[in-house]
Write a protein that binds this ligand. Structure first.
Ligand code: SF4
Length: 63
């Protein structure tokens, strides 16, 4: 089981992750990204693509 983590200290709320991967991320009440599903493999997304969508390297994935 994989774990996707958003570092809220780094996240600037740019929205890129939610726009590209709406099944995995949503905008939280604090204006930052929240993980709603860790199951990126179910959507055939690549781990590298997800991590690299974030301009401030706030997303990390552990398998
Ligand atoms: S792409 Fe990065 S900075 Fe932008 S909302 Fe997602 S986690 Fe936050």
């Amino acid at each position: 089981m994989s774990t996707i983590t958003v570092d809220k200290q780094k996240c600037i709320g740019c929205g890129s992750c939610m726009a590209m991967y709406p099944e995995l991320f949503k905008l939280g009440p604090d204006g930052k990204s929240e993980v709603i599903s860790d199951d990126y493999a179910a959507h055939n997304y690549s781990k590298e693509d997800i991590v690299s969508v974030c301009p401030v390297n706030a997303i990390s994935i552990k398998d």
